[in-house]
Structure formats: structure tokens, C-alpha cells
Unconditional design. Structure first.
Length: 99
């Protein structure tokens, strides 16, 4: 799904309650959500994704790794990464579809 498809899907679902909702308004809301999310994560907070889970920054310590070709030890620097934690209800729903 690309951004245009996401905007249209959200607009169609929201149109059940707000028939006059247009694509431009949905796009503005999604862009604002993105801007707030980036600012929150940069500040070290976590970003809730209603019905899906949450995003948070995770700090990874420096460590030693190995070059897979040569087997030589390689220093891996500390870094910040993005961590996604799904809601239990989402995990359960996805697991029930596999059966």
C-alpha cells in the first residue's frame, strides 16, 4: 500500500461517519501525524499507533561482531534504532489467520 492508497482507504472508512470528508483533509491529518511522530521519537518518547501497537527508540550498546567472510572481529558502534511493539490483540488476530 502506498500513501495515495492509504489516504483513499482512510477516507472511505471515515466517510461512513463524515460523508463530506475529502482526500486533502485526510492527507493533512496523516502528514500532521507523521510530523508529530517524528518529533516525539526524536525527543525520546514513544508513539502509540491506535489499534496496531507503538513505536519507540531503542538504544543499542556498542559490541563486537564478526565479518562473515573472513571471521575477523569487527567493532559495531552504539546506535539508536526504531522498535515496534505490536498490540496483543493484533498478534492474536494475525496468529489466528495462519491456522
Amino acid at each position: 500500500m502506498n500513501k495515495r492508497e492509504l489516504i483513499e482507504a482512510v477516507r472511505l472508512l471515515a466517510a461512513l461517519d463524515q460523508p463530506d470528508l475529502d482526500r486533502k483533509t485526510v492527507a493533512l491529518v496523516l502528514d500532521a501525524f507523521s510530523a508529530v511522530g517524528v518529533a516525539t521519537l526524536k525527543g525520546g518518547g514513544s508513539l502509540p499507533l491506535p489499534g496496531l501497537g507503538k513505536l519507540a527508540i531503542q538504544h543499542r550498546a556498542a559490541r563486537m561482531g564478526r565479518n562473515p567472510r573472513t571471521g575477523e572481529p569487527v567493532a559495531i558502534a552504539a546506535k539508536r534504532t526504531l522498535k515496534y511493539t505490536p498490540l496483543k490483540t493484533l498478534k492474536d488476530e494475525l496468529a489466528s489467520q495462519q491456522g
